[in-house]
Design a protein around this ligand. Structure first.
Ligand SMILES: C[S@@+](CC[C@H](N)C(=O)[O-])C[C@H]1O[C@@H](n2cnc3c(N)ncnc32)[C@H](O)[C@@H]1O
Length: 179
């Protein structure tokens, strides 16, 4: 079992999670567990200040044109195992299902359990490279920072990557009156 530590990041991203030991590339880190919501249910939850969530992950995000009942998301706000809620964001690319194009040191992998259908209800996190002891665990949230219609208001990304999508959209944020 991997030993983690929750710590307060030094660069303004709030709480983060780091590993106390070196992890090899491809190591299992944790599973993301929560309630399964449709996109509409997720949006309703996020429009409500008391249930607004930071601990959600999309399940079928790579498929286009899904019906609401097929476009599902895992939400660990009220129940679930939420180690992943401490993963901070670090990312430059899109469509991340490969290990090479991701800035973050974790990748999320949909896992089929019990049923061979195309709906994935389990997401597991694995390291995309060797992660050193005390290194922060980061994952590309795949937020479209330029999308005004995205149900969760995007934060100003402080990952510091020259390829960061969140930092480059700061002009648009100012236009919308966000800091
Ligand atoms: C899943 S939570 C991660 C835990 C969070 N840092 C905390 O203290 O609870 C996601 C939130 O962390 C912050 N965050 C994560 N990555 C960030 C980044 N690269 N730049 C700025 N804020 C970040 C944002 O406030 C974001 O909404």
């Amino acid at each position: 079992m991997v030993c983690f530590q929750i710590f307060f990041t030094h660069d303004g991203k709030g709480w983060g999670l780091r590993t106390l030991e070196q992890l090899p590339a491809g190591a299992f880190v944790c599973e993301c567990v929560g309630e399964i919501l449709t996109n509409m249910e997720q949006e309703e939850r996020n429009n409500n200040a008391t249930s607004r969530s930071n601990c959600q992950a999309h399940l079928q995000c790579s498929e286009k044109g899904l019906k609401d009942e097929e476009a599902l998301c895992l939400d660990a706000t009220f129940s679930g195992i939420c180690f992943h809620i401490f993963f901070t964001h670090d990312g430059k690319g899109w469509g991340l299902r490969t290990l090479e194009c991701c800035d973050g040191n974790l990748v999320d992998v949909p896992v089929t359990i019990e049923s061979p259908d195309r709906h994935y209800y389990h997401i597991a996190f694995f390291t995309s490279r060797v992660v050193k002891p005390m290194e922060e665990l980061t994952w590309d949230y795949r937020i479209d920072f330029d999308d005004d219609t995205y149900p969760i208001e995007a934060f100003k990304c402080l990952c510091g990557s020259p390829f960061c999508r969140g930092a480059s959209s700061s002009k648009k944020r100012k236009k919308r009156g966000r800091k």
